[in-house]
Design a protein around this ligand. Structure first.
Ligand SMILES: C=C(O[C@H]1C=CC=C(C(=O)O)[C@@H]1O)C(=O)O
Length: 459
């Protein structure tokens, strides 16, 4: 199959080189089923420096992108969404698609949480916005796999094909197992006292009336004997965190990886959706305790208030761009392995926005990640939070040439850099928050990543 595919693609390349109508050609064929994580693993050995992994909570859409034939990026903090949308449209006009299966060209990537916050070395290579057109894309929808190869027309395309050829040969072998997870050497948090002081300060500001809610995050650095292999981490996340978006975005050995329960937005034609997630409590040790904690969460005034800020904002925004908006009257419970959340799914019909990137712009950051009112919460985060969030808590996902796509928020995540994994977690602070309980809540939110990295906590 790989040989036939390669041959057809090469012929197509020559045809297009002769016509030179568009600078990129993309070819999609049905593909034999391969474990997406195994496919992801082949990237570095074939010389691809960029890797992207995406799986939606139901596992009905899995995307694995390797390499980059075109990278769109900006550090223009003020207009980054509009600029990326313009670049996306331009890109769509530059590529022509062929093959047995219709696959609109797709870009994957992310945005930083706050482009106006100074970037530290930790997040170098993660600009205010970045979208990548992968050289090879494995798509598995409802269990059916297809492969898309995109190459530049002309001599560069021939060279790119060499790399793609190596991948196609290797991908059919599927022999490798991911490296075992390395041993933990140290587990350090530099600013936990400062974080608690920031929470106290935020509560004071909220009680004084200068804002209603702010989400404050903290980070913890785990050091290992060797670099953790993102594929090994993905395999564990897939096993341990069903019902989450699994994501990994890697470039030049730095990988943002996680299992996020929170959809920011999706758009398919005229329908769009988002999930409001805010308000949390741990899982119970027994079914009875778990049910009691869930019932408490649904009735708790502080958590309901924290949740309603998100619901009101998303409902208002969807109402401004859709013909009709649907959502349940009361928040539901989303039960994850370590934590349960108040959850309200929102659906918009007759969406007037042509691109999901515009919806990302309108929604980011929701009060589940920033606070309320938005600008004051962002100012409070800038002045109080002792860390550079980078892409943590920010939009991560994909968009295609038709403007459709799906985006999650990059929470329950870690940045893998060399032998280190930097873990992030935040929580919504409102007037009645208690700093120690909020600290404990962020510890619970870090557990999925700790466990995926093989770090066993006793509690
Ligand atoms: C900011 C995070 O979680 C958000 C999402 C769900 C519930 C949240 C909460 O209850 O505070 C947070 O708003 C995080 O996990 O880092």
């Amino acid at each position: 199959m790989a040989i036939g595919f390669r041959h057809q693609l090469q012929q197509q390349l020559h045809k297009w080189a002769a016509r030179a109508a568009r600078p990129f050609v993309s070819w999609t064929e049905p593909w034999e089923h391969i474990d997406p994580v195994s496919f992801f693993m082949q990237g570095p050995a074939c010389g691809f420096r960029e890797r992207f992994f995406w799986s939606n909570p139901s596992g009905t859409t899995v995307l694995v992108g390797l390499g980059s034939v075109c990278t769109l990026e900006t550090d223009n903090g003020d207009d980054r969404f509009a600029e990326m949308e313009a670049k996306r449209q331009e890109w769509s006009e530059r590529v022509v698609s062929y093959g047995e299966v219709h696959q609109p060209p797709l870009l994957f990537g992310g945005f930083s949480f706050d482009p106006h916050r100074e970037r530290t070395g930790l997040w170098s290579r993660f600009p205010a916005a970045k979208l990548i057109a992968p050289a090879v894309l494995l798509t598995v929808r409802n269990g059916r796999a297809q492969l898309t190869v995109t190459v530049p027309v002309g001599g560069k395309g021939e060279r790119e094909m060499e790399r793609v050829g190596r991948l196609l040969d290797r991908a059919s072998l599927r022999a490798d197992a991911p490296a075992a997870l390395p041993t933990l050497v140290s587990d350090v948090e530099e600013a936990s006292d400062r974080w608690l002081a920031a929470v106290r300060e935020a509560i004071g500001q909220i009680r004084a009336g200068s804002l209603d809610k702010v989400v404050l995050a903290r980070a913890r650095r785990l050091r290992f004997t060797e670099p953790p292999d993102p594929a090994a981490v993905l395999l564990r996340l897939r096993e341990q965190q069903p019902f989450a978006y699994l994501f990994a975005f890697e470039q030049d050995g730095r990988c943002l990886i996680g299992a996020s329960p929170e959809q920011l937005v999706e758009k398919a034609g005229l329908t769009c959706g988002s999930v409001c997630l805010a308000g949390s409590v741990r899982r119970g040790a027994t079914p009875n305790e778990d049910e009691r904690l869930g019932a408490w969460l649904q009735a708790d005034v502080k958590n309901r208030e924290e949740h309603q800020f998100v619901v009101r904002m998303i409902h208002r925004l969807f109402s401004s761009v859709c013909e009709a908006v649907e959502m349940p009257a009361r928040p539901q419970l989303l039960k994850l392995p370590h934590i349960q959340h108040l959850c309200t799914p929102v659906v918009g019909r007759g969406c007037r926005e042509p691109s999901v990137l515009r919806l990302v712009e309108l929604l980011h950051p929701t009060p589940a990640l920033g606070g309320s009112p938005r600008e004051r919460a962002l100012a409070a985060i800038r002045s109080l939070e002792p860390l550079d969030r980078g892409w943590y808590a920010a939009p991560i996902g994909w968009v295609n040439s038709e403007g459709d796509g799906e985006w999650a928020v990059a929470i329950r995540s870690a940045l893998l850099v060399g032998n280190d994994a930097v873990l992030f977690a935040g929580c919504g602070i409102v007037a009645d928050s208690d700093p120690d309980s909020e600290y404990e809540e962020t510890a619970v939110k870090m557990r999925p990543m700790r466990s995926a990295l093989g770090v066993m906590d006793n509690d």
